[in-house]
Design a binder for this molecule. Sequence first.
Ligand SMILES: NC(=O)c1ccc[n+]([C@@H]2O[C@H](COP(=O)([O-])OP(=O)(O)OC[C@H]3O[C@@H](n4cnc5c(N)ncnc54)[C@H](OP(=O)(O)O)[C@@H]3O)[C@@H](O)[C@H]2O)c1
Length: 313
Amino acid sequence: MSRIVVSGASGDLGRRVTDLLLRADPNRELTLVSRTPDKLAHHTGPGILLREGDHRKLELLEAAYQGGDVLFLISGLNLGRRVEEHRNVIAAAQKAGIRHIVYTSVGGVQRRNPALSAIDHYQSELDLRVSGLEYTFLRNALYAEIVSNILVAPGADTGRMEQATGDGYLAPVSKANVARSAAACLLDPEAHAGAVYEITGPELLNFERIAAIGTEVYGRPIEYVPITAEERLAFYDSIGIPRTYDPDMPPSPDGHMWASDELVTAEIAIAKGYQAIQSRHVEQITGHEPEPLRTVMERAKSMRYDKIDAAVS
Ligand SMILES: NC(=O)c1ccc[n+]([C@@H]2O[C@H](COP(=O)([O-])OP(=O)(O)OC[C@H]3O[C@@H](n4cnc5c(N)ncnc54)[C@H](OP(=O)(O)O)[C@@H]3O)[C@@H](O)[C@H]2O)c1
C-alpha cells in the first residue's frame, strides 16, 4: 500500500478528501500536514501520521513528506507568492522520495488568462511538468458553493447580481465533486498519471441563467446586471475587501479570506470565456455524474459559506 500525504489537510478540501480516503480504508497510511497539526489531532487511525509543514519552509516540508509516495498538493492561498511556495513543495517532495503529486489548479489555465489565480497555476503546472515527478492536475471550475452563497445569495437580498462577468459561461462544480475526484486520483495514482482534468459541473451556464435558478431556489426575483471591472472593484472597496491578499489578514464575515484583485480578475476571465469549459471528467474519474448547481444551491442556501462542508458527506 502506498502512503498518501495531504498538504493542507486542515482546510475544507483537505478535510473532505481525508474523510473520503479514510472511509475507503480506515487503516490507510496517511500523512496529514498542516502548519498547526494540533488541528488534526482528532485523526487517530493506525496508519495516520500528523506532521507540521509550511509551504514557506522547505526543511519542514521535507521532513513532513518523508515516507510518502503520493502527495495531494492543495494549492496555497497566498496569491502571487504561492508559486515560490509550490516550488518549495516540489523540491521537498523530490528530496523526500514522493513519486506523484496531485495538484489543484483552476479551469482555463493558459498564458493569456487574466485571472491572477490562473497566472499562478499556469506557472506551477509548468514547474510540475518539468519536475520529473508524476503529476495529475485537477483544474477546478468555480465552486458551485461560491456561486451559490457568495454571488447569488446577496442578490436574493438586493434583487440584483452586479458582476464583471459579462455574458461569460461557466460550469460550476460542487466541492463534494472536487473532493471525490481528488480522492479517486490519490487512491489509484498510476491510472491518472499525466492527466489534466477539467473538474466541472454538468451544465454550462451564464449568469443570466444562474440568476434565474437563484430566483427559483430563493423564491425572490434576482436580476443579473453586468458591470465593468472598475465598478466591481469599487464595490469591493466599499464593503472593505482588501485589494491584495495578505496571509495575516483577518477573514471576511463569511469565514474566508478574499482579496478583490483575485475576485475581479476571475470575473474578467469568465467574461472573456476562459471558464466556458464543461467536461465529463468528474464522471469518468468518480463513476458518478456531478451535481447540478441547483442541487448545491438548495443545500447551501441557508448556510454560511465556510460552514457548508459540515452538512455534506
Ligand atoms: N475553484 C474555486 O472556485 C476555488 C475557490 C476558492 C479556493 N479555491 C482553491 O481551493 C483550495 C483551498 O481550499 P480550501 O477550501 O481547503 O481552503 P481553506 O479551507 O482555506 O484551507 C487552506 C489550507 O491551506 C493550508 N495552508 C495555508 N497556508 C499554508 C502554508 N503557508 N503552508 C502550508 N499550508 C498552508 C491551511 O493549513 P493550516 O492553516 O492548518 O496550515 C489549510 O489547510 C486552494 O487551492 C484554492 O486556490 C478554489
